[in-house]
Design a protein. Structure first.
Ligand SMILES: Cc1cc2nc3c(=O)[nH]c(=O)nc-3n(C[C@H](O)[C@H](O)[C@H](O)COP(=O)(O)OP(=O)(O)OC[C@H]3O[C@@H](n4cnc5c(N)ncnc54)[C@H](O)[C@@H]3O)c2cc1C
Lengths: 377, 258
């Protein structure tokens, strides 16, 4: 048994923490207020190798492991969720399908620019009529004259509509009871992208509705074997949950750090409010739950890195950290009092950014369904 | 060209603790690369990049944990690390530390030795002078700009009144100011590759330094007593919402200071 991270992991953590504190923190409030996509930060993170952390070096990535990836996402979220989800969705949802299921040609065509962070990728699973029931997809792709012709729509898709978005991998019906994944490059005629959606949180991240009307892509854009789409997207979601769970830990840690700083500074009844036991108990609970959540996340990542089954651990980590981050931002804002309700204080943004962690990549209820299934219930 | 950069591992965080028993700084907690030294590492890497052909070796005298600071420098892009670690060195003041460091640098025989302006824990800002004196090398401190050509360096030295432009023949020693550059972040690739770079650990014996010349025995400084500065008492913090100046004037008037 060994709870120590490697020297590389520690150095990565301190590096990303320093980057987040000195580069992201100063602009996070402004990006959020203006719902502005963080192009400059994406370029900087690309330079540091953070846009392709778990992608092998031969494909242009950094070749690090899932634990390293979770640490980086955690540290980014500790400062800003929009920046973190941009990296996480690009990596786990956008790039992974091509890495895991792409053939050599597809990997050669897409991975180097994606792993290097020059371009972004998206994953389009959710539809207006297919959310938790993602298998209920109505989008179709039919093979005509050597091309897949796509018709349908997707909703809430991250990273699909930025100036540097390269492609979206979508799930589509390629026959009755048959789902496949198809890569649709941005700029494909018939593929239109809505204006950015207005969100409660994650405002600087890019979220779009996509519509496909006779959008034709080459036959070679089919990802993996025809009809493998359902199994493929389940596998993508299993891995993606680790990064969203890492966001839960990072968000809770960031909220805790803000609450501690405020509680030490703020004086009422003649002393810092951190001296009141009621405040201390809230912080003690938060710190304890954060440690528990972090252990779940790192364990899920560690299992994945060892090639062991990790889907149950990932769902448990995602469920637990989603709910813990909810409790953490709630208590942290309470400790801020009225100041926390003002948009000038970062905790207000953390509070708004939190909720989606209990919805995206499978709601809390869906995690419980997944966990129950793994428990053989 | 060979560039040596001297770096120190310092306690992390903003509050330093003194150990009342040893009267030394408590170094038991987490440590980090002294951020002033990151400027020196960065400058060495820039010189290397513009020279094309140079080796950057980072050198530290410190406990085994100082390997972390060296690793960060390697991750930033330094080629090789040298750590002098020996229990006997603990408790060395700058006179003793400079002796060890000078011996290590003598062994390296670098064309250029870079230092940060000071260490953020002891804030001495004189070690480089002691080392330069021992090695009998020219020294430029507070360098805000640095270039090397044809066997000599040119530095813009920051002073209270402006800049001195100084030229010195190599080999030489330069302590860079923290205004000289903005240190890069180690890239993930750099972090992953750091372990594979040569890292050497030497003892005093390896350097031929006598144990009696280091540690407390070799130091000229003796700590009799230390105490914390008195607390500032009730202080008032004014956040600038556009009226800070007015509030400060009011406060001063209230205290009859203006
Ligand atoms: C900001 C943001 C970014 C997103 N990014 C992406 C993206 O990049 N790609 C992508 O494909 N999707 C993305 N999504 C979509 C996200 O994955 C879905 O919102 C999520 O899966 C839930 O689906 P839904 O919104 O349709 O909710 P619904 O499925 O309609 O769920 C509504 C409620 O019903 C509950 N419920 C549903 N079924 C059951 C059941 N069987 N038992 C118990 N309760 C149930 C749910 O738990 C939930 O509480 C994003 C969403 C958001 C908000």
């Amino acid at each position: 048994m060994n709870f120590d991270l490697t020297e590389e992991h520690e150095l990565l953590r301190s590096t990303v923490r320093e980057f987040a504190e000195s580069r992201v923190a100063p602009v996070a409030a402004e990006l959020d207020r203006e719902s502005r996509f963080p192009y400059e930060l994406v370029a900087e993170m690309a330079g540091l190798g953070l846009m392709g952390i778990p992608i092998a070096e031969e494909h242009g990535g950094a070749g690090a492991d899932t634990v390293a990836y979770a640490i980086a996402i955690e540290e980014l979220t500790r400062i800003d969720s929009s920046v973190a989800i941009t990296v996480a969705a690009h990596t786990s949802l956008g790039t992974m399908p091509i890495l895991l299921f792409g053939n050599d040609e597809q990997k050669r065509d897409w991975l180097p620019q994606l792993a290097a962070g020059q371009r972004l990728a998206a994953f389009g699973l959710t539809e207006p009529g297919a959310g938790s029931d993602a298998g209920a997809t109505r989008t179709t792709a039919s093979l005509r004259d050597g091309q897949w012709v796509v018709d349908g729509s997707k909703i809430f898709i991250t990273n699909a509509g930025t100036d540097i978005s390269a492609c979206v991998t979508i799930t589509a019906k390629t026959g009755d009871d048959e789902i496949s994944n198809v890569i649709v490059p941005n700029g494909t005629p018939g593929y239109t992208i809505s204006q950015p959606m207005h969100k409660l949180g994650w405002r600087a991240s890019d979220t779009r509705e996509l519509s496909f009307e006779g959008a034709a892509v080459p036959e070679g854009n089919l990802l993996g074997p025809r009809g493998a789409g359902f199994r493929q997207f389940m596998e993508i979601l299993d891995g993606g949950r680790i990064s969203v769970a890492a966001m839960g830990v990072g968000l809770a840690q960031g909220a805790y750090d803000l609450a501690v700083a405020h509680a030490r500074e703020r004086r009422q009844f003649g002393q810092p409010i951190a001296k009141f036991q009621a405040v201390q108990f809230q912080l003690a609970d938060m710190a304890t739950e954060i440690e528990a959540g972090r252990a779940l996340v790192y364990r899920a990542a560690w299992l994945k890195d060892r090639g062991r089954p990790f889907a149950l651990a990932a769902a448990q980590a995602k469920l637990y950290t989603g709910e813990l981050s909810n409790r953490a931002v709630n208590a942290a804002l309470q400790i801020h009092g009225g100041y926390g309700f003002m948009e000038e204080s970062p905790i207000a943004r953390f509070y708004r950014d939190q909720k989606v962690l209990e919805i995206g990549e499978g709601t809390n209820e869906v995690q419980r369904m997944v966990i129950a299934r793994h428990l053989g219930l | 060209m060979k560039i040596a950069v001297c770096v120190k591992q310092v306690p992390e965080g903003t509050s330093l603790k003194l150990d009342p028993g040893t009267k030394r700084l408590d170094r038991s907690g987490e440590g980090a690369l002294n951020h002033f030294d990151a400027n020196a590492v960065e400058e060495a890497l820039r010189l290397k990049e513009s020279a094309g052909d140079a080796e950057v070796v980072v050198v530290s005298v410190g406990p085994a944990g100082a390997a972390d600071a060296l690793r960060k420098a390697l991750a930033m892009g330094a080629d090789r690390a040298l750590l002098v670690s020996d229990d006997a060195v603990a408790g060395s003041d700058l006179v003793a530390t400079s002796r060890v460091l000078a011996a290590a640098l003598e062994r390296e025989g670098a064309d250029l030795v870079l230092f940060g302006q000071q260490a953020s824990d002891s804030d001495g800002a004189v070690l480089w002078a002691a080392v330069a004196d021992r090695l009998r090398r020219p020294l430029v401190s507070q360098a805000a700009e640095l270039s090397v050509a044809d066997g000599s360096l040119r530095a813009k030295r920051q002073t209270e009144f402006g800049y001195d432009v100084i030229q010195a023949a190599l080999p030489a020693i330069v302590a860079v100011s923290d205004a000289i550059n903005e240190p890069r972040y180690p890239s993930l690739k750099g972090i992953m590759g750091a372990k594979k770079k040569p890292q050497e650990t030497l003892t005093l014996g390896d350097l031929g330094v006598d144990v009696g010349q280091v540690g407390e025995a070799g130091s000229k400084t003796e700590v009799y007593e230390f105490s914390l500065p008195p607390s500032r008492g009730d202080s008032r913090k004014i956040e600038d919402d556009g009226k800070a100046a007015e509030q400060i004037v009011e406060f001063l008037a209230e205290k009859r200071l203006v």
